[in-house]
Design a protein around this ligand. Structure first.
Ligand SMILES: [Zn+2]
Length: 323
């Protein structure tokens, strides 16, 4: 009998097999699966605390990929483990991600603009509240993973300057041509402006195989007056109706880790950041901490029991599942 914590059959291997064989995306799914079956998975321990004790949650993701979603018993971070390698992820993002997500290789960046500008508006409200007493117009914004630049374009009217980078060359071209943005194809910005800065990582950190490397790099480019804004899809808000309360829809091959407010704060603390504010959506603002790297402390809320509590909110055919 499986020791999987999420007992429902839709988290199991057989359901995964059926899902990936019958999906309208089955061609794309087969190509991605072939790629990771020939790539070695990584078993170097938890990406947050390096621990090697995990509890198995699920054996498939939303597309039916047979990957394990596990929770680290030591720090409580939910992650794909064994993990997908950097070489797999490079090829996945370059050749497969868009096709899998949108069923098409052609990307209509103009269509994303509205969604990105709405995010920009939301981020503006969040930042103005979080840095209360200071004016955003004194800050330069640097977005890592800016895609086609909709967020930066919205924020540009409210800040001193904006700039961005992304690995998607077509998105960067769109950002330059359509929004006349200072945007470059790069992992990390080649120049950092002087004066007060806010780094933005919007739906980036959950995709990065070594989040600590990226966070260390950002921290070293920051002064004590600067901020890092991080948003990732929150695990706990699945219980409030995100992803239709379905953890299987939330579990995604492209997500290296699945964060709560406390596991994101732990990740940031471990990279010498301090939390200004962080909620369960998960959206947070962080500053440099001058303390040395602390030990990762597990929050009691980040447990198998919490994941089971989220699953209890799942509804089948509109009626609450009996428990
Ligand atoms: Zn851990």
């Amino acid at each position: 009998m499986s020791s999987r914590a999420l007992k429902h059959f839709r988290f199991g291997k057989i359901f995964g097999f059926i899902r990936r064989s019958t999906s309208s995306r089955r061609q794309q799914i087969r190509q991605v699966r072939e790629l990771y079956l020939k790539t070695d998975l990584v078993t170097k321990g938890c990406i947050l605390c390096s621990g090697e004790n995990f509890s198995l949650l699920a054996e498939c993701d939303r597309y039916g990929f047979d990957l394990n979603k596990q929770i680290c018993d030591d720090c409580g971070l939910v992650q794909t483990y064994p993990a997908l390698s950097q070489s797999f992820l490079n090829e996945f993002y370059e050749n497969h991600y868009r096709k899998l997500y949108t069923k098409s290789l052609d990307v209509d960046y103009a269509k994303f603009s509205e969604e990105q500008e709405e995010k920009g508006e939301r981020f503006l409200g969040f930042l103005n509240t979080a840095i209360s007493g200071q004016s955003l117009s004194n800050f330069s914004i640097i977005e890592i993973g800016c895609s086609s630049g909709g967020i930066l374009n919205y924020l540009s009217a409210h800040c001193k300057a904006v700039q961005g980078c992304d690995l998607d060359a077509n998105a960067i071209q769109f950002a330059r041509d359509t929004h006349s943005l200072n945007a470059e194809v790069a992992h990390f910005p080649s120049t950092i402006p002087s004066g007060p800065k806010i780094f933005i990582l919007s739906h980036v950190l959950e995709h990065v195989p070594n989040p600590k490397d990226l966070l260390h790099r950002i921290r070293s480019a920051m002064t004590p007056e600067d901020y890092a804004f991080v948003e990732v899809p929150g695990l706990n808000i699945v219980a409030d109706g995100s992803y239709s309360n379905d953890l299987r829809s939330y579990f995604h091959i492209a997500h290296v880790a699945d964060y709560t407010a406390s596991t994101l704060a732990s990740m940031m603390t471990s990279c010498r950041f301090e939390t200004v504010t962080c909620d369960e959506t998960v959206t947070g603002l962080f500053k440099r901490s001058e303390n040395s790297e602390g030990e990762v402390v597990k929050s009691p809320g980040d447990s198998v029991g919490n994941v089971l509590k989220i699953e209890k909110t799942f509804r089948v055919f509109g009626s609450k599942k009996s428990t």
